[in-house]
Ligand binder design. Structure first.
Ligand code: GLA
Length: 339
């Protein structure tokens, strides 16, 4: 029996920057999706989503497009083949412990685990992990219908124990940054508002960023001058200002981590949240309530994580603050792997 695990991710800071050629600082977590796989003699995939009690079966040769979780499985099988990677018939069963719609990227966890499981079934060589991340993101874009960037897939496939990853999406350069928190803790809390990328304001924000790039004559927003946003009409000015200030906050966070200034990391998380709420307008009332509750509980900083419009909130707790009810501690763990 082949088993592969794909972790979810938490993005410490750097939100909505990935598809804008900017910076982010995510890490893989120890929760994710486990896929069990067995080869089949026929050229079909039989997949079971154990959490949902649902099944799918499709031919490897040209699967039809369908919505929901089946799009991930069909998309991974199709995109591996389109990349010239052999895929063999298999029975796949998967289960996860990242709640769907939580903003902790159950999607990338599933894509990464499916890829590694199908590669193992076919005894195929693993492509390099940036290529694999791109492949997974094509599944998300072309099969699931969410125009997401590369943040989640790169984090899930390249996580490192004890370290966050500074990702520069323009250069596709990854740099590990030690996350030495001492007795401080990072926790996530579900806001209670589920989000989906395909169905939220996510694609609309991407379209606004494209419009801002056209108006500024830049390839991506991170290539614009720091004060370029002011020249744009509303709301494009606010969208661009979020991206440019968020990039600066990523490097400020890296510097604060390197100098052990965790109070400053907390302030930067707060500033990121304010920018996502006011300039990017990606928050919802349930997320605001969760952020406020975490600050009241003593967090040094708190912000929405992931695509927004619902999902989870991340908070940094000083040593003397207890983990509030409903919050779960998160720490950087290893990348997607065969078990
Ligand atoms: C989602 C997407 C990522 C990224 C974030 C926002 O998680 O999947 O590509 O755009 O939202 O930072």
């Amino acid at each position: 029996m082949i088993r592969a695990f794909g972790p979810g991710r938490v993005n410490l800071i750097g939100e909505h920057t990935d598809y804008n050629g900017g910076l982010a600082l995510p890490f893989a977590i120890d929760r994710g999706v486990t896929v069990e796989a067995e080869p089949l003699a026929e050229s079909v995939i039989r997949a079971v989503a154990l959490d949902l009690g649902e099944e799918d079966e499709f031919p490897l040769d040209g699967p039809e497009r369908v919505p929901g979780w089946r799009a991930f499985v069909r998309g991974v099988a199709a995109e591996l083949q389109a990349a010239g990677i052999p895929v063999r018939g298999a029975r796949l069963a998967f289960r996860g412990d990242v709640p769907r719609g939580s903003g902790l990227s159950s999607s990338a966890a599933l894509e990464a685990a499916l890829c590694l499981a199908l590669l193992a079934v076919a005894e195929a060589d693993e492509p390099d992990r940036t290529a694999l991340a791109r492949l997974c993101s094509r599944v998300e874009n072309d099969w699931v219908g969410a125009e997401t960037g590369l943040l989640d897939q790169l984090a899930s496939l390249n996580g490192r124990e004890g370290q966050a990853l500074r990702i520069d999406f323009a250069a596709l350069a990854l740099e590990p940054v030690p996350l030495d928190l001492g007795a401080w803790r990072l926790v996530t809390v579900e806001s209670g508002a589920e989000h989906t990328h395909a169905g939220s304001g996510y694609n609309e924000r991407r379209a606004e960023c494209r419009a801002a790039c056209e108006a500024l004559g830049v390839e991506h927003l991170s290539a614009a001058e720091p004060d370029a946003a002011a020249a744009l009409p509303a709301p494009l000015d606010r969208r661009a200002r979020h991206v440019l200030t968020e990039n600066a906050r990523v490097d400020a966070t890296v510097a604060a981590l390197r100098s052990g200034d965790l109070d400053e990391v907390g302030r930067l998380l707060d500033a990121s949240h304010a920018s996502l709420r006011d300039d990017y307008e990606a928050s919802v009332p349930a997320v605001e309530r969760a952020v406020a509750a975490l600050r009241e509980a003593g967090a040094a900083g708190a912000r929405m994580v992931g695509g927004g419009f619902g999902g989870s909130v991340l908070a940094l707790l000083p040593p003397d603050v207890d983990v509030p009810d409903g919050a779960v501690a998160v720490a950087p763990g290893p990348p997607a792997r065969r078990l």
